[in-house]
Design a protein around this ligand. Structure first.
Ligand code: AMP
Length: 423
């Protein structure tokens, strides 16, 4: 192939990334707006942090033995020689921001939400992308298990409102630094006994962090791990208590759940509660959202001893299961004939747009018939016809596309009529 031809070959989007085209983007906007306003109802406020951070933030936060840090980060050296990582998850960034801006000294509740892209070099498949989007909430300084249940209730309410059906709530406790070492000893012994049958990755995990074997996607490893000891049998009094009270609050909210003792959730920092909401319709990648408690992260990052809990929800997965009311865009198409009419249309569109009405004005040289058929194809709610006669009178033909009814009206009348119709 000649160099010239090569240069003309179309460049495609990178594997594992996806364009969100305008029709789809409408649904995204609708869901994002709804999700954000739901979080606000529970006292959460938006926080926005940079897309890239120092690599060590995630090594320290997400954890050296997690799949995210060992295999999935988009890490590069910038021109200043610093190691930078595109955020693979959100929690470490918000913890960093709280410490950096000393937000814990302010009177407002430490409840945050966030929405934006995440990056993981994972194997792309349906429901799993390399750039994906999460909405996320985090609460700090609430150690009472009532909050663990409240955030699940918030997610549950939101999913119901978006008409997501056939979901299941899975809960677990992964213990704390007091009770986990005993469990890990037993788990390591059980995993070591079947080590030869585990994948190479899991064989390494037997020594580094056997808990991470539960995250493995290899069928044989998942099968073997079903016979491993369960953490819920090893919880200390405090964790046991927390887990019991957490479930009693879920009962209070009448939220059905299933205890899933293998739900360790891929990330090293969790303490006590972990949970996921899965949707049967999603297939292999069935988790819509997941989260848990992380009582030590702030302290380990050099901040005050403030506990934390949160969850992240995948927008691509959420959008594939929500049912949205179809909302047509209500807009006015301005059809104009001739140079003078074009100027009049420009002036009218400017006036109506300033009054908050959506107008579409196109500048291709088309006859009236062709403009009307275009307006109909675009599903315009109204068409305004502007010709020489209309300019002379200062009154225009307004056609309602749904009924075909046509009236003559001046600019203020048009504004009033369209406002009334879209109210
Ligand atoms: P995690 O941060 O791994 O706990 O994931 C939280 C949620 O983000 C999951 O329940 C998914 O909905 C979504 N998610 C995680 N990884 C991906 C991915 N690679 N592609 C699409 N969605 C993802």
């Amino acid at each position: 192939m000649s160099e010239q031809r090569q240069g003309k070959e179309a460049v495609s989007a990178i594997k594992g990334t996806k364009d969100i085209l305008p029709r789809e983007a409408r649904n995204w906007q609708q869901v994002e707006a709804f999700v954000k306003s739901s979080f606000e109802l529970y006292g959460y406020r938006e926080i926005r942090t940079p897309v890239f951070e120092a690599t060590e933030l995630f090594e320290k936060g997400t954890g050296q033995t997690s799949d995210i840090v060992t295999k999935e980060m988009y890490t590069f050296t910038d021109k200043g020689g610093r190691s930078i990582t595109l955020r693979p998850e959100y929690t470490p960034s918000v913890v960093r921001a709280i410490i950096e801006h000393r937000l814990y000294l302010q009177p407002e509740p430490l409840r945050f939400y966030f929405s934006g892209p995440m990056f993981r070099y994972d194997k792309p498949q349906k429901g799993r992308y390399r750039q994906f989007h999460q909405v996320d909430i985090e609460v700090f300084g609430e150690s009472d298990p009532a909050i663990d249940a409240e955030i699940i209730e918030m997610a549950d309410h939101l999913l119901k409102k978006l008409q997501v059906r056939e979901t299941e709530t899975l809960v677990n406790s992964v213990g704390c630094e007091k009770c986990r070492p005993d469990y890990l000893r037993e788990l390591r012994a059980a995993a070591a006994a079947v080590s030869a049958s585990l994948c190479a990755d899991c064989q390494r995990k037997v020594n580094t962090n056997p808990l991470r074997i539960f995250d493995c996607k290899v069928e044989a490893c998942q099968e073997l791990s079903r016979n491993f000891p369960e953490i819920t049998g090893y919880l200390c009094q405090e964790c046991e208590d927390h887990f019991r009270r957490f479930r009693s609050y879920l009962d209070l909210y009448q939220i059905h759940y299933r205890i899933e003792p293998r739900l360790v959730r891929g990330i090293d920092y969790y303490t006590k509660t972990t949970f996921e909401i899965v949707a049967s319709k999603l297939g292999a990648q069935n988790a819509i959202l997941g989260g848990g408690r992380y009582d030590n992260m702030m302290k380990e990052f050099g901040g005050p001893d403030i506990c934390g809990i949160g969850f992240a929800m995948g927008m691509e997965r959420l959008l594939s299961v929500v049912r949205l009311e179809k909302k047509a865009d209500e807009f006015l198409y301005l059809a104009h004939m001739g140079d003078e009419a074009k100027k009049e249309a420009i002036e009218l569109a400017r006036y109506l747009r300033r009054e908050g009405l959506e107008c579409l004005l196109e500048f291709k040289d088309r006859g009236l018939k062709s403009q009307l058929s275009r307006a109909s194809k675009l599903e315009a709610a109204w068409v305004l016809i502007i010709g020489e006669e209309e300019i002379r009178k200062g009154r225009y033909q307004l056609k309602e596309m749904r009924t075909g009814a046509q009236t003559e009206a001046g600019r203020e009348e048009i504004l009033r009529m369209l406002r009334r119709a879209s109210a």
